[in-house]
Ligand binder design. Structure first.
Ligand code: PMP
Ligand code: GLU
Length: 399
């Protein structure tokens, strides 16, 4: 049967974050009480006014295909949001595309922008799907390691050293999945200066964790610092993380009209517009003034969870307190030695088997020797997870 498969699909791995989470859920179904810290998915509910907007849309009888690039009201709401929250002025609704989650928007952007012979810079640790998406377009990802002593962030020097004649694009993601690293305005400035030297390079700026940046840090997006990059930047965002709408599948991209038009034509042959019900809900999420205090409260909840997880892990493994998102990227090199395992992949499996806690090994994010733990779960479960890990850490290597 394998002979029927397209040669690329034969080698393509499943998203490791989702695969690890499924493995944990599988064990849970067998009656083993696993604490799943592998997937980045908020456990908290969608705000009430957003759920009501979805129900209202159903009751009104909304049922039709929406325009491929999204409902005009939603595209306008995105433009308004960019002005209100990001000081990004001058966008038109025609420069916005709505997709089935930010994932589809990112995927479409790769298909539209890149092709065989191109190189695309992906700073590591990276979100698991970036390199695969680049490969699916036919281009080659150029993985640029960003070590812990650089705060897991891309420096201007590393960026400059990795741009070559074939470089066509770059992924930037702040706050970062998997490290929670947040670029400061000064760091953006330094990167922007290098990017300005290379006018053929297109920038994909993934802002999906925008609303999860903790004191004393602040969110800024690259274009706020260097607006002249607007003609070759796609800003990607969505409602999965900020409004807990992971399963509702609404994300969006904002960029040059020609790129948005290409992405829209591509989408017209795959999924068409995103679910109309979810789009009406997204309009309410973006436009309702109550959402501002909701996002602030959510941030405070996640900040508390971060502190619980970091504090609990500190005695077991070296870990930095992340500035944003809902992940901790902990150094497990000593733990690997202590448990007598060769890789973080083996450690992840042993941790799941013996401690019944799941995380995602750093190898999957392109920087091995680490384990990503998501704190998008309750305080109680985080306390329990760290207790289990503390107990496991003191046990003999075989257990
Ligand atoms: N970008 C990053 C960095 C992510 O962590 C995720 C999480 N799934 C996505 C994009 C995609 O989000 P979604 O498709 O749920 O909008
Ligand atoms: N972005 C989330 C994560 O990294 C969801 C899983 C996925 O889409 O890969 O866990």
């Amino acid at each position: 049967m394998n002979d029927f498969l397209n040669h690329f699909v034969k080698c393509i791995p499943s998203s490791p974050t989702l695969a690890m989470s499924e493995q944990a859920n599988h064990l849970a179904k067998q009656g083993i009480e696993v604490i799943n810290l592998s997937v980045g998915e908020p456990d908290l509910p969608v705000p009430e006014w957003v759920r009501t907007a979805a129900m209202d849309a159903i009751i009104r009888g909304e049922h039709e295909y929406t325009p491929i690039a999204g409902l005009p009201e939603l595209r306008q709401a995105v433009v308004d949001k960019l002005v209100r929250e990001n000081h990004l002025l001058g966008y038109q609704p025609s420069q916005v595309i709505v997709g089935n989650g930010a994932k589809q928007v990112l995927f479409n952007s790769c298909m539209v922008l890149f092709q065989s012979g191109n190189e695309v810079i992906v700073p590591a640790p990276y979100w698991v799907s970036y390199p695969t998406m680049v490969e699916m377009s036919g281009a080659t990802p150029v993985i640029v390691g960003c070590p812990e002593h650089d705060g897991f962030k891309l420096s201007a020097e590393r960026l400059r050293a990795n741009i070559g004649p074939k470089t066509r694009g770059i992924f930037l993601n702040s706050p970062s999945n998997p490290t929670g690293a947040v670029y400061t305005p000064t760091e953006w400035r330094d990167l922007a200066d290098v990017l300005l030297e290379h006018p053929d390079l297109f920038i994909i700026c993934d802002d999906i964790y925008e609303h999860l940046v903790y004191d004393p840090y602040h969110f800024t997006t690259l274009l706020e610092i260097e607006p002249t990059l607007k003609d070759r930047t796609l800003v990607v965002n969505g409602l999965s993380k900020s409004f807990s709408m992971t399963g509702w599948r609404v994300g969006y991209g904002v960029g040059p009209a020609a790129i948005i038009s290409g992405m829209t034509r591509l989408q017209s042959h795959s999924t068409s517009g995103a679910s109309c019900i979810a789009q009406w809900a997204a309009i309410e999420a973006l436009n309702n003034p109550q959402s501002q205090s909701f996002l602030q409260q959510r941030k405070e909840i996640f900040e508390k969870r971060r502190d619980i997880l970091v504090q609990g892990l500190q005695d077991i493994m070296p870990v930095q307190s992340p500035a944003g998102a809902f992940y901790v990227y902990a150094n497990v090199l000593d733990m690997m030695k202590q448990k007598g395992v060769q890789s973080d992949l083996d450690l992840g499996q042993a941790m799941l088997k013996h401690a019944h806690v799941s995380g995602v090994p750093g190898t999957e994010f392109g920087l091995p020797g680490y384990m990503r733990f998501s704190y998008a779960t309750s305080e109680d479960r985080l306390h329990k997870a760290t207790e289990r890990l503390q107990n496991w850490a003191t046990q003999t290597p075989s257990s």
